[in-house]
Design a protein around this ligand. Structure first.
Ligand SMILES: Nc1ncnc2c1ncn2[C@@H]1O[C@H](COP(=O)(O)OP(=O)(O)OP(=O)(O)O)[C@@H](O)[C@H]1O
Length: 285
């Protein structure tokens, strides 16, 4: 398995603080009518270990995107603290990258130039930077397309570029907001495998912490080390479900009893046991 160079990282080994600690966090937006803050997320508490792949699922409007934006430092906290590697978060930073559902590539730049962009903006497009760009383009399988422009790419290819672009600055926290939501089912499945392959390519010691939002329960089980199930708005954590299956996970695993059982646990936490075939028929919380 290839290992990407991480010149900006401290040497691996020894105890490290949790990658992410969210303590009593409240998020919300002022109502246009009254000006009072309407909560999107209420009293959220979660600790994420370095290198963990956490997937968030929850009903529409429960604050998943708002939380990712808060983690990216793009929206203010209305209470609580977010700590990254022990330090309180105070705004956007190069230690985090956000990938959205709709790839927003710069249309006048080629694949390579799009991936280079963040390094250029940070004046880090030196020789190791260029090597990293090349390595990432190869890793996401776009070596043959690096001179193409975004309009020449398929949806899946665009999201590969977005992934490479998000990883190029070597962020310690990768935030993904339904990145495959706009893709057809087959491409989506391919991209799920690709994401895990790319995420794992950096080796356990240097692996990025990933927070991935989806509406797709099967996608959540397939990708996650842990699935956080949010309550309806204002969102808080209703269930924290560990997915211990070893990686790499094969497509056949999706048809196993273990996979079905984990999916049922998530569905039950989301909608109550009545939503699950063979469930107890009782209403959820
Ligand atoms: N910029 C904004 N201004 C005001 N209210 C907002 C803004 N963005 C989101 N909200 C509100 O905050 C709440 C949470 O929205 P958010 O987009 O975080 O939910 P979500 O869980 O990501 O939803 P979905 O699954 O539908 O994408 C919703 O009630 C939404 O209307």
């Amino acid at each position: 398995m290839s290992t990407l160079s991480r010149p900006d990282q401290p040497p691996a080994g020894g105890p490290t603080p949790d990658a992410l600690r969210v303590e009593h966090v409240f998020l919300g937006y002022p109502s246009p009518r009254t000006g009072e803050v309407v909560l999107a997320v209420r009293d959220l508490n979660v600790t994420v270990a370095r290198g963990e792949f956490v997937v968030i699922v929850g009903p529409s409007g429960c604050g998943k995107t708002t939380l990712l934006e808060a983690l990216a430092g793009l929206v203010p906290l209305h209470g609580g603290t977010i700590r990254l590697a022990g330090k309180a978060l105070r705004g956007p930073g190069t230690d985090r990258s956000l990938v959205f559902q709709n790839a927003s590539l710069l249309p006048w730049r080629t694949v390579r130039q799009n991936v280079e962009f963040s390094l250029q903006a940070q004046r880090r497009l030196n020789r190791p930077g260029r090597e990293r760009v090349h390595e990432l383009i190869r890793l996401v399988g776009l070596e043959h397309a690096e001179r193409k422009y975004p309009h020449e790419l398929s949806g899946g290819m665009r999201q590969r570029v977005n992934l490479a672009r998000a990883l190029v600055t070597a962020p310690s926290l990768l935030l993904l907001d339904e990145p495959f939501g706009a893709l057809d089912a087959q491409t989506r499945e391919i991209m799920q495998n690709e994401l895990v392959r790319v995420w794992q390519a950096e080796g356990a010691e240097q692996r990025r912490t990933a927070i991935f939002v989806t509406h797709d329960v099967a996608e959540a089980v397939f990708l996650a080390d842990r699935v956080l199930v949010f309550s309806p708005a204002p969102g808080s954590i209703r269930a924290d479900i560990r997915i211990g299956a070893p990686r790499p996970r094969r497509a056949q695993w999706k048809r196993s009893a273990e996979f079905v059982e984990l999916s049922d646990q998530i569905l039950t936490a989301l909608y109550g046991a009545a939503a699950v075939p063979g469930g107890a028929g009782t209403e959820g919380p």
